[in-house]
Ligand binder design. Sequence first.
Ligand code: MV4
Length: 447
Amino acid sequence: MFEKILIANRGEIALRIIQACRELGVKTVAVHSTADRDSLHVAYADEDVCIGPPAAQDSYLNISSLISAAEITGADAVHPGYGFLAENAHFAEVLQECRLTWIGPRPETIRLMGDKSKARETAAAAGVPILPGSKEPLASAEAARRLAEEIGYPVILKAAAGGGGRGMRVVARLEEIDSQWNTARNEAAKAFGDGTLYLEKYLVEPRHIEVQVLGDRHGSAVHLGERECSIQRRHQKLLEEAPSTALTPELRRRITDAALALAARVRYENAGTVEFLLDSDGRFYFMEMNTRIQVEHPVTEEVTGVDLVKEQIRIAAGERMGVAESKVPRGHAIECRVNAEHPRTFVPSAGRLTTFHMPGGPGVRVDTHGYEGYEFPPYYDSLIAKVIAHGADRAEAVARMDRALEFFEIQGVHTTIPLHRGILHDPDFLAGRLSTRFMERFQRGDR
Ligand code: MV4
C-alpha cells in the first residue's frame, strides 16, 4: 500500500479521497489555490501545499506545480478525483516518469477512450452495440452527407476530442448538414484544438444509463450495476439514481455484460464508467467511457456496499480488488447535486455560508466540503453538497431525500434545493418516466 497520497483536486471529492485514505492508513497531501486556504480538504489532510492563484489553469491544472508538491512532500501516488486533470493521459505519463503512481487507468486507456471515435470503434470490436454511424472520423462534409443519406436523418455530429456534450450538433435534415458541419468543426477546433468529427444516428428521447466497472492488474473485472442519469440540464447532471427504473433483470444483465466486454477488451484497470443511451424500445447503445471516478459514484456505493475510492487506491497499489464478484443492487439510492446557484436562473451564487446545517438520520449521506462560515468561492464549479438517500425501495429513497432536503439549512448563497424538491414531487419522476428531455418538459412547467 502507498504511504502518502497527493490529492490533485479540491472540494467535496478531495475530502472524499482523504476519508478513504484515513481508513486505509495512508497519509494525505492536499494541494490548494490561494482561494482555497480555508477549505476543509486543507484542514483534514496531513500536509498541504499552496500551488498557485485562484485560476485553475495556474493551480489545479498546473502539472509542474503538482509534481513539485508531490516531490517536496514525498508522496508516492496521486489521486486526480474528477474534472481538472482526471482524464489527462499526459499527466498520468509524466507522473509515472517521476516515479509517482497514478491512481487511475493506464495512460493508453485514457487516451483511447478520450478519442470518442476510437472508443466507439473499440466498443464495436468488443461486440458492444453502437448506433449506426461512421466507422472512423469523417474526411469531409461530403462524406458526412453521404453517410447521413445512408442511415437517415436525424443524425448527430460529434467531436472526436469532445465528450460530455461539448462539440455536438444535431442535424435534422439534408439542408442543414453543411452549415452544421462547419459550426461543429470550428467549435471543436477552437475548444479542443482538434476539429475531427464523427457521426451517429440521433436518438430523440433516450435515457442515459451508465454502468460502473472495476478492473485490477490481476485480470479481475466486475460491474457494480447501473446508474440512471437522465435528469440533467445543459449536460450537467442534477439527480442520479440506482437502479434505473427502466431495466428489467434481463436488460440489466445484457447492459452490464456489454460494459464488462468493453472493460475486458482493453484490460481495464481501476474504476470506470461505460455510458449508454437506452431508447424507448429497450435497445441500448454505447456512448462513451469515462476513465475516472464520477461525481455520482455514491449512489453505486450505497446500493452495493462497495467503497469505490478505496478500491481505486487498492487497485493502483497493485493489490487485488476487494470485490469478488459483480453486484446486484440492494435497495434504491438517489443523489441530488446541490449547487450554489439560483434554483430558477441557475446563476452561480458565491458567498459566505452563514447557516449550514446538514441533514442526517437513516439512509442519508451528505458528501460536502461546506461548513458554517465557509466562504464559497466563485472560481470553480458550483457543487456545494451531494445529498444521497438510500432506502429499501425507490419510494423510501424518495421520501428520505425529500425530508433530507427539507432539513438541509443553507443560508448566505442560493441553492438548487427547491428545484430538487420540485423534481421529487413531479408525477413523471415519481412514475419513473425519465428521458434526457425530462428537464426541458419540467422547466416548461406543463405538468
Ligand atoms: C447522443 C444523443 C442522441 N443520439 N447521441 C450528450 C452527452 C454526450 N456524451 C452525448 N450526448 C448525447 N448523444 C446520439 N447518437 C443525445 C445526447 C444527449 C444527452 C445524453 C445523455 C444525457 C443527456 C443528454 C442531453 C442531450 C443530448
